[in-house]
Design a protein around this ligand. Structure first.
Ligand SMILES: Nc1ncnc2c1ncn2[C@@H]1O[C@H](COP(=O)(O)OP(=O)(O)OP(=O)(O)O)[C@@H](O)[C@H]1O
Length: 241
């Protein structure tokens, strides 16, 4: 579904991405991990059209979307959440989801018919809060609302940037179950960035590990954790922290 090939990006003197490549199939949950500053957010921003890579290509369902801008990428089927929650705080919970669903109805009516607003609200345990302003929800509920809103777009690809940040163990588990439901219901490719490795290992089919702008390992979760380069990055990080 998603194919990223040899994407590079430099900010001033900093090479944030060095020929990074990855792929993610429909129905797959891919964990994108790596230490601070590895280039994960930059890669996600390149996929979501927020920034234009200096080189390389991003294709979604075989179509070139490289550097096409966030709006175009959203219409092409990229849904996302952000490291820092960005909801329409004064709109109700339902309205937040409806706004995205209306877009889906015009772009992908068949998918919109399958993904109902009420069903999304129920699936993400938001049905009891549907008519209150989104800004008044608890932190964990806001995180779930962000995902429900991204799903209401009927995405081909869902990018989740640190969805478990700030959640306790029970909330993380609830979230993991909800994200697994995405695979079942929407069948989109899902990429999850998170520093919570227990959450990542529990959830992801495959991992892609970045360090200093490069993809240093990718493959099945257990296999990747046996890779000496990955062990070096994580053990080295633990020793210095
Ligand atoms: N807009 C920018 N201007 C200048 N440098 C940037 C910019 N965005 C990212 N960088 C630099 O690019 C490198 C990669 O940053 P990026 O945020 O992609 O890493 P990350 O893996 O997402 O880190 P974290 O886990 O801390 O979020 C870092 O050295 C960062 O300082």
């Amino acid at each position: 579904m998603l194919s990223v090939e040899a994407v590079s990006k430099t900010f001033g003197g900093v090479q944030a991405l060095r020929s990074a490549s990855l792929s993610c199939a429909a129905g797959e949950i891919l964990g994108l991990i790596g230490p601070n500053g590895a280039g994960k957010s930059t890669l996600v921003n390149a996929i979501a059209g927020v920034l234009k890579p200096d080189a390389g290509s991003v294709k979604l369902a075989g179509k070139e979307i490289t550097g096409h801008g966030p709006e175009h990428c959203a219409r092409a089927g990229v849904g996302r959440t952000f490291q820092t929650i960005r909801l329409f705080r004064d709109l109700t919970v339902r309205q937040n989801v409806e706004v995205a669903h209306i877009t889906c109805r015009s772009v992908r009516p068949d998918v919109a018919a399958r993904i109902g607003v009420d069903r999304l609200l129920a699936q993400y345990q938001l049905d009891g809060f549907a008519d209150i302003p989104a800004g008044t929800l608890s932190y964990g509920s806001q995180r779930r609302l962000e995902i429900a809103r991204a799903l209401a777009l009927g995405p081909l690809l869902l990018l989740l940037d640190e969805p478990a940040a700030g959640l306790n163990e029970d909330e993380s588990e609830t979230l993991a179950v909800a994200i697994e439901g995405i695979r079942r219901d929407v069948g989109c490719a899902t990429i999850v960035i998170d520093h919570d490795l227990r959450f990542i290992n529990r959830l992801c089919d495959r991992l892609c590990v970045m360090d200093q702008g490069q993809v240093i390992a990718s493959g099945q979760t257990e296999e990747v954790w046996r890779d000496p380069r990955v062990i070096e990055v994580y053990v080295g990080q633990a020793e210095t922290s």
